[in-house]
Write a protein that binds this ligand. Structure first.
Ligand SMILES: [Zn+2]
Length: 428
């Protein structure tokens, strides 16, 4: 082939390619929304149009003109709102209560390989998206960074799933959350990064960042030796240098106090947190991610009804106090199992019943599921609200969640980053 000929052909091919790119770019989706709920302000606007171009919201309002050729999605009988967040999940772990000694996840980690857990993560991520969760924070227990691979697979469009902020391996004092036995201490690995000294803490944070963590998760107090205020401050400083936030698992009051005084971004569980510590959390803008003890889990564990008292004491009671004091609440129910009948997304969203039971008003629950969570995860500029220029993470339900929060358990439409995943309750 002559050179000039080749050049002409190449230019022609390039031109055609550019045309396609242009057409694809110009493709606009127009959503007719019966109502739009803005969780941040608690307001509802009627008869709105949302224009979506590529990944982003291009326009939103009552007077927005629908351009010719736009794809129209009719949600005029629906209530539209930003996609939901689950800020405390473990996508790459499915505890099998019967097999694993009634929920001892040390056993789970011994029996399920990293590859198997990544596959479980794929199924769980898909389920989360199906139930309206467009962003999740995965707070560890993902073996040897199965969560990083899951995040990458979703980001590359290989599998569907929410945007993931993942923790990699949880950093904890020796033993993590396991009780090992001295002959076989290696059986605990690789699940946590044990870190007791300053050198170990620094190394653990850096290992996590290197292997793809987007948030640092520490377990403060699951052993008799716990992290001190200074330990936690040291971790926060090291994480901040790389722009990462710190989530702290706190099951005791002392652990929660140390985490609050050190200034973590969120206290996870906070089972025994007292009012003084809640006041510190409020003054430092530390979020509380409370985790319920659900009937779904009790049933799965072969003892229906048995979690009621624990839930009352360790979820409802502290959540009520935290709400009264004005601590920022973020939704993240810590679901660590899945069944055929109860896929991960369903198990997560159904825990809004526990929030209702605690007497938390619908708007606060909705903010915990959206705007508050977006701020905690550090994605509030792009996700967690429906505004021009932000990612088109959009869901729709049949009722106004400000009147009836449990309507969120039946999400009929899900769009993530401008791509429709579920429409008319059917996955696309
Ligand atoms: Zn957890």
């Amino acid at each position: 082939m002559k050179l000039i000929n080749l050049l002409q052909r190449t230019l022609a091919a390039l031109f055609i390619l550019l045309c396609f790119v242009f057409i694809a770019d110009a493709q606009i989706i127009a959503i007719r929304a019966g109502k739009i709920v803005d969780p941040e302000t608690g307001t509802t606007a009627i008869n709105q149009i949302i224009l979506v171009e590529g990944q982003n919201i291009k326009a939103i309002g009552a007077d927005v003109k629908i351009p010719a050729g736009a794809t129209i999605i009719d949600l005029s009988k629906q209530i539209v709102l930003p996609g939901l967040f689950d800020a405390h999940t473990h996508l790459c772990m499915n505890v099998q209560y019967k097999r694993d000694g009634g929920g001892n996840y040390y056993i789970t980690t011994l029996l399920d390989s990293n590859a198997f857990r990544a596959i479980q993560g794929v199924a769980n991520a898909r389920s989360m998206l199906e139930y309206g969760f467009t962003t999740v924070r995965d707070v560890g227990n993902a073996g040897n960074y199965a969560d990083t691979d899951l995040r990458r697979a979703i980001e590359q469009g290989i599998v569907p799933g929410p945007t993931i902020i993942n923790a990699g391996r949880i950093i904890a004092p020796y033993g993590g959350q396991f009780q090992m036995q001295p002959d076989k201490p290696e059986l605990g690995n690789p699940e946590y990064l044990y870190a007791d000294t300053r050198d170990e803490l620094k190394k653990a944070v850096r290992l996590n960042i290197h292997y793809g963590a987007r948030v640092i998760k520490i377990v403060v107090d699951d052993q008799r030796y716990i992290y001190s205020v200074d330990d936690i401050k040291f971790v926060i400083e090291e994480a901040r240098l790389a722009g990462l936030k710190v989530a702290a698992h706190c099951s005791t009051e002392k652990g929660a106090r140390n985490a609050a005084e050190a200034g973590v971004d969120s206290i996870e569980h906070g089972l025994k947190i007292n009012n003084e510590t809640l006041e510190i959390a409020k003054s430092k803008n530390i979020a509380l991610v409370p985790t319920p003890y659900t009937e779904n889990e009790a049933r799965e564990n072969g003892a229906p009804g048995s979690y009621k008292e624990t839930n009352e004491k360790l979820f409802i009671e502290p959540v009520k106090r935290a709400y009264k004091i004005g601590v920022t609440l973020v939704f993240g129910p810590d679901v660590g199992f899945t069944t055929k009948e109860y896929p991960r997304g369903r198990l997560s969203i159904e825990t809004i019943d526990n929030w209702k039971e605690a007497g938390i008003p619908p708007l606060t629950i909705l903010q915990a599921l959206t705007s508050n969570a977006a701020k905690l995860l550090g994605v509030e500029k792009t996700r967690g609200a429906l505004r021009v220029g932000m990612r088109a993470d959009i869901i729709a339900v049949g009722d106004n969640p400000l009147d009836k929060i449990e309507t969120l358990e039946n999400v009929s439409f899900v769009m993530k980053s401008g791509k429709v995943f579920k429409q008319n309750s059917v996955i696309k």
